[in-house]
Ligand binder design. Structure first.
Ligand SMILES: [Zn+2]
Length: 581
């Protein structure tokens, strides 16, 4: 975006974050900061802070934060460009006009989209309503694609010869040079000939390109893609996202398969959250796009070595962007198509799909016999290689322990093998980089999959140690679990609040990496410490205010409280250190 950074800086200097936030949140000044009830999560005590000096904001409740642009993006539910335009208008900053040629390009893009729309209709007509389209219908029949599914994906057929689409477009008074730019015509001939046509649409449902599958059985290029055009960049589009996005929202995850036909068949079998790339490896841009719709993707790739390699690549790309992945096993089937046709139960496969790192580590040591020293050595080296890819230290540590278990060795032996430093005691980060869980939520996730942990939590933490939101969830879960265990939780889940439901469903869909007592003890210790620290911070803030007011009595009282809490925090930390050594 030309001039974007410049405009951004100008807006930053002219706009006042406090003023913008005030339109949505009642703010109270406390010292040099402003505080109020967070507009992004439900709370009764204010944990939302705005710091005018730095023009930043942060919520200690939901851990969101950022600058004026992120605030406007979140509150108005728009993207960065939208926030930029809105703030530019408010502050009178003029956004640099589009670079020369951009306007022309954007109009060409519009014309291409219109041509694509027409072409898709034409191909679809040829497939269903002409004799020429018969080979296309035969392919679909062979692949078991129903007429409804064909319509849903607007499948079509490009006639042989190489003139028919051009004639159709000319009859509609469309310019052939544009059709050339759209990749529909090349050197005076139709680009797609004698091929089954699969339109590629963007997430909004606009046809941006086509894929043609050879219908003669003689062309050595079985699939041909439209070239990149002003309306289409292969690396930015996810096939069927327009059809899948609602179901992705409903199920809380997307299913990524390898090819367009896999997607089409998956949708026909009710896996309506399936999508695919267009014959390329998953790109960073595609992951970013997908993240607008979900935080988790299940990979259902072919079982051959190429499919596995593609899965590893996808895991790395997703994990770098904070998108969680799981990997479904298709059993003996070679691809999702075969799996579904053989009567495979997709919802079972999806539920059983292990998290990315578990899949990768287990794959890497599969077939080794760790009781043989040579195999063990190979296994360890491979496992270290995978562990090093895990950015979050606590998650890496959890998998290090698991990997030892899978290799059948004592975990302490792995530590001495030159592996990078284990996680710090404070590093209980969530196993879900997409959404940061609080320690409280982490505990709740453990309880959701292992209710026995409840006793352990109650014996060493107080309900007050949870923040307000988590406390409510904790109370609700405890009550339900005590009344009727996991069954009751499952039965009554529908009556819980949206956030509670979300948390519990997530825990079920992707259980925390550890749920054992030792881990629970560690979590409750963290929870208690955080709660003490929050109280200490609160006292210190009130102390500052009392000092400013000159309220000596209050200052004296709060100083005492400050020392008491500080000692408690210290003692609490020391106790833990003693337990450790
Ligand atoms: Zn918040």
């Amino acid at each position: 975006m030309p001039g974007g950074d410049d405009a951004k800086e100008q807006i930053r200097t002219r706009a006042d974050l406090v003023e913008i936030v005030r339109e949505h949140v009642r703010l109270r000044q406390v010292g040099g900061q402003f505080t109020g009830l967070c507009p992004f999560h439900t709370e009764k005590t204010p944990s939302f802070r705005v710091t005018p000096q730095t023009q930043t904001w942060h919520c200690f409740g939901c851990d969101r934060g950022g600058d004026i642009f992120t605030f406007v993006e979140l509150i108005e539910k728009i993207d960065f460009r939208g926030a930029l335009e809105m703030l530019a208008e408010r502050t009178g900053v003029e956004l640099v006009k589009e670079a020369p040629g951009t306007r022309e390009r954007s109009q060409l893009r519009k014309r291409i989209l219109e041509l694509n729309r027409l072409a898709a209709q034409y191909y679809e007509y040829v497939l269903h309503s002409t004799e020429v389209g018969r080979p296309g219908l035969e392919i679909l029949a062979k692949r078991g694609v129903s007429p409804e599914t064909a319509r849903r994906f607007q499948l079509g057929f490009a006639p042989p010869g190489g003139q028919s689409l051009q004639q159709f477009l000319s009859s509609r008074k469309h310019s052939l040079p544009d059709a050339d730019q759209a990749g529909l015509v090349r050197r005076g001939r139709d680009f797609f000939k004698n091929r089954l046509i699969i339109p590629i649409r963007d997430e909004r449902g606009q046809t941006v390109a086509f894929v043609g599958r050879d219908a003669t059985g003689t062309d050595d290029r079985k699939y041909v893609n439209s070239p990149d055009t002003p309306a289409f960049s292969k690396s930015r589009v996810l096939f069927a996202l327009d059809l899948a996005k609602e179901e992705i929202g409903r199920r809380g995850h997307a299913v990524l398969v390898e090819g367009q036909f896999d997607v089409i068949v998956a949708h026909q079998f009710g896996v309506a959250n399936a999508i695919a790339t267009s014959g390329t490896a998953l790109t960073e841009e595609q992951v970013k796009l997908l993240k607008r719709f979900t935080e988790e993707v299940i990979l259902a790739f072919d079982g051959d070595p190429a499919g596995k390699a593609a899965a590893y690549r996808a895991i790395e790309t997703c994990s770098a962007a904070g998108l969680r992945t799981r990997v479904a096993s298709l059993g003996e089937a070679k691809d999702p198509d075969e799996f579904l046709r053989a009567g495979g139960d997709w919802s079972l496969a999806a539920a059983a799909a292990p998290p990315e790192w578990e899949f990768w580590i287990r794959e890497t040591i599969a077939g080794l016999n760790p009781t043989r020293p040579r195999d063990l050595q190979v296994g360890l080296e491979k496992v270290y290689g995978v562990l090093l890819k895990i950015a979050e230290p606590a998650v890496r540590e959890a998998y290090r322990v698991k990997a030892a278990e899978w290799l059948g060795i004592d975990q302490r032996l792995m530590r001495r093998n030159g592996h990078p430093a284990p996680a710090q005691p404070g590093g209980l980060e969530p196993a879900r980089p997409g959404k940061k869980l609080s320690v409280g939520q982490h505990i709740l996730s453990v309880i959701a999959v292992r209710p026995e942990a409840l006793d352990r939590v109650e014996s060493s933490a107080l309900p007050d140690d949870f923040n307000e939101e988590d406390r409510r969830t904790f109370g609700l879960m405890r009550q339900t679990l005590q009344a009727g265990g996991l069954d009751a939780l499952r039965d009554r889940l529908g009556s819980f609040g949206e956030q509670e439901q979300d948390l519990i469903r997530r825990a079920w869909a992707s259980p925390p990496p550890r749920t054992d007592d030792e881990f629970v003890a560690e979590l409750t210790w963290r929870l208690r410490l955080e709660s003490l620290q929050t109280r200490l911070g609160d006292v210190r803030r009130r102390l500052g205010e009392a000092e400013q007011r000159g309220d000596r009595d209050q200052v004296a009282l709060l100083e005492m409280e400050d020392r008491r809490l500080a000692r408690e925090v210290q003692a609490f930390k020391t106790r833990k250190d003693r337990e450790r050594s």
